[in-house]
Ligand binder design. Structure first.
Ligand code: ADP
Ligand code: ZN
Ligand code: MG
Length: 643
């Protein structure tokens, strides 16, 4: 169950074709693009509300009581005479309100206004006359009128308009910002995340350590002319902590963090996305050193080749991104991080040198990693003494960080619901069950039986490699599911660059590929579909031996087919073979393939049957620890390696 190498080669070969299309300047691209309809709507909206506000304010003006300024002595007389029935005192004015004349009920009451003098008898007078009085702190009536009558309603209406504009596709805001959406691109000055908050990704962290170091002391690198990556792409399944790690890099380096999601760039109106990219980079340059993080890069970075018709807006945005990335050198101190869970659909132009030329893989965490993640997330949760996080980690093969964080959270909720003060092991178990049910729907997890098959299968590959001459040494075996399709894998590293392979080398390679299925047959006495990819590759190798390398009994040194022109066969398609032989030969080739495969398979079966004790012990160990490094594997296999 390995990876496809042909794909890489084919990609490389077609790369140059695509490259010529990217680097040129962007042809047509409006500076800012607001829908004229939106503009007219907004204009009318504001005119109408303005007129309404004028009318409203003048109406309230009418309702207000008439005021008449009088001298203090007159004011006192009017109290004496009983005309004023109510007095409101501020530090600057006294206001005396009269009773409404009975004859005219519609008229507002008359208010006398006066500037007070220091008069100790005043209150006594009020009491004597039974006048209702109160003291208030003076507020500027003009300012109050302005706030209540104009500013508040305007703010309210502006909010309504903004909400409406957002509903209409966000472009309404462009009226005010002229295509520059300031509100969306804001740098976080400190993300507050550190490397220690990301667990189970030691290798990825190490790779990013260099980026942090560069952001902290750029001189160290620029002085000796060292080259710093401009862009680093974080690749991995959803929930493995890519976003978290990007924020940790910014947090460790203590630099501003500009985050945008690929989806944010893709707008309804052509040109807005490109303008945002330009704006983002301009702001970043001003704030350097800093980090630009483009999350979900695939939303804009989809390969332009595979899309029929294309999407003008996205293409322009992608072009702008490429232009911007080319437009500065890394000495400016801006580093671009990208994240995606679908690297295979990204436009190859993004991966060219000077762009995202480095990739950091965020894999599903292994046992140790899972335990560490559980620890981080349970830091602020009260766990009972009997809680065994290691057991939880064992029960959560294939879970990503986000799932594990979710489990802790879910368990805490269960404990609260049960009215307990701390989280018990059973809460955690129940939380796992819940999560598993959810994940199984997404068919991301494998059941224990499958897991066992995968362990024996991978051990089969590895053991065959260990006991077959001419094969690359085993570097790592793992049963942690990775990517789409592969349930586990055995990693072999070539000892040296090899351009030539002998017949024995080829046969060894075929044997290793067959080792997975052979192990399944020996242990379970049945075979599974898990070996499909292995068998395809083994078959292809045998066919090449016969038809291309002239290694068959009958057609010694004769080439039966030539590789077709790769540039004609499209990006990811395997090279087309041009047959140059008859039907009869075809039959011979097919039979010969079957014969060789059968012969090799028998050999591998014999080998693994002989090594069954190792097959058992290594598989069991693998089921327990999930990943075996080279040292341990070779020790258990009983093979001495001369390094
Ligand atoms: P991605 O961007 O890869 O989809 P996120 O970074 O958004 O994943 O992860 C979601 C959440 O899951 C994080 O906020 C964090 O709480 C948790 N998480 C994921 N991976 C890890 C990890 N390696 N260590 C600690 N927490 C993690
Ligand atoms: Zn396999
Ligand atoms: Mg993310």
């Amino acid at each position: 169950m390995g990876k496809d190498e042909n794909l890489n080669q084919a990609k490389k070969d077609t790369k140059w074709k695509k490259e010529h299309k990217v680097s040129g300047p962007v042809k047509h691209e409006p500076l800012f693009n607001i829908n004229p309809q939106q503009f007219r709507f907004s204009l009318w909206f504001f005119i109408v509300t303005f007129i309404m506000l004028i009318m409203m304010n003048s109406y309230f003006q009418q309702l207000k009581p008439q005021e008449q300024t009088v001298s203090y002595s007159v004011f006192k007389q009017k109290i004496e005479s009983g005309e004023i029935r109510k007095v409101r005192m501020t530090d600057k004015y006294y206001f005396g309100t009269t009773n409404t004349p009975v004859s005219d009920t519609n008229a507002a009451p008359l208010v006398y206004e006066t500037v007070p003098v220091n008069d100790p008898d005043f209150i006594r007078l009020l009491d004597k006359k039974g006048v209702e009085y109160s003291a208030v702190i003076q507020q500027d009536p003009v300012l109050m009128n302005l706030i209540v009558g104009w500013i508040l309603p305007f703010a309210f209406i502006y909010i309504i308009w903004k909400l409406m504009a957002k509903k209409m596709g966000g472009a309404g805001m462009g009226v005010m910002n002229f295509g520059r959406n300031k509100s969306m691109i804001v740098a976080e000055t400190d993300t507050g995340v550190r490397f220690e908050d990301v667990a189970g990704a030691e290798e990825s962290k190490e790779e990013l350590m260099e980026v942090v170091d560069f952001l902290e002391n750029p001189e160290k690198y620029t002085e000796i002319g060292g080259k710093i990556p401009k862009g680093v792409l974080l690749v991995g399944p959803p929930g493995t902590g890519k976003t978290l790690l990007a924020r940790a890099v910014a947090g460790e380096a203590k630099v501003p963090f500009f985050r945008m999601s690929g989806a944010d760039f893709v707008e309804m109106f052509v040109g807005v996305g490109a303008a945002r990219v330009r704006d983002l980079f301009r702001q970043a340059r001003e704030k350097s050193p800093c980090i630009i993080f483009i999350d979900e890069l695939d939303a804009i970075g989809k390969s332009r080749i595979n899309i029929a018709g294309g999407n003008d807006e996205r293409e322009q945005t992608l072009n702008q991104l490429l232009v911007e990335m080319d437009g500065f050198d890394s000495t400016t101190g801006v580093i671009i991080l990208g994240a995606t869970n679908r690297p295979e659909i990204l436009d190859p132009a993004l991966m060219r040198p000077g762009r995202f030329d480095r990739q950091v893989v965020m894999d599903r965490p292994d046992l140790e990693g899972r335990e560490a993640i559980l620890k981080i997330h349970s830091k602020n949760v009260k766990l009972a003494d009997d809680v065994d996080l290691n057991a939880i980690a064992r029960a959560t093969v294939g879970f990503v960080g986000a799932d594990l964080a979710n489990i802790i959270n879910e368990a805490a909720l269960l404990a609260v619901r049960a009215g307990r003060q701390e989280v018990l092991q059973e809460d955690l178990s129940e939380a796992i069950e819940k999560t598993v049910a959810g994940l199984q729907k997404k068919s991301r997890l494998i059941n224990p039986k499958e897991r066992k098959i995968v362990a024996y299968h991978e051990t089969g590959h590895a053991l065959t490699a260990a006991f077959t001459g001419g094969t690359d040494p085993v570097q790592k075996i793992t049963i942690i599911p990775r990517g789409i399709g592969a349930l586990g894998y055995t990693l072999q590293t070539p000892t040296e660059d090899r351009f030539l392979m002998s017949q024995d080398d080829l046969l060894g390679k075929i044997d290793v590929l067959l080792g997975g299925r052979a192990a399944e047959q020996i242990i379970f006495n049945e075979i599974s579909t898990g070996a499909a990819n292995d068998l395809t590759r083994a078959t292809d190798l045998v066919r090449s031996m016969i038809t291309e390398y002239g290694m068959s009994e009958k057609f010694k040194n004769m080439v039966l087919s030539k590789r077709g022109n790769q540039f004609l066969s499209g990006a990811a398609a395997p090279p087309r073979m041009e047959k140059e032989y008859s039907e009869a030969t075809q039959q011979y080739v097919d039979e010969e393939i079957a014969r060789i495969l059968d012969e090799r398979y028998k050999r591998v079966l014999d080998l693994l049957t002989e090594k069954k004790p190792q097959l058992e012990s290594i598989s069991k160990k693998l089921l327990e620890v999930e990943t075996l490094e080279a040292e341990e594997f070779y020790a258990m296999a009983g093979v001495k390696r001369d390094v």
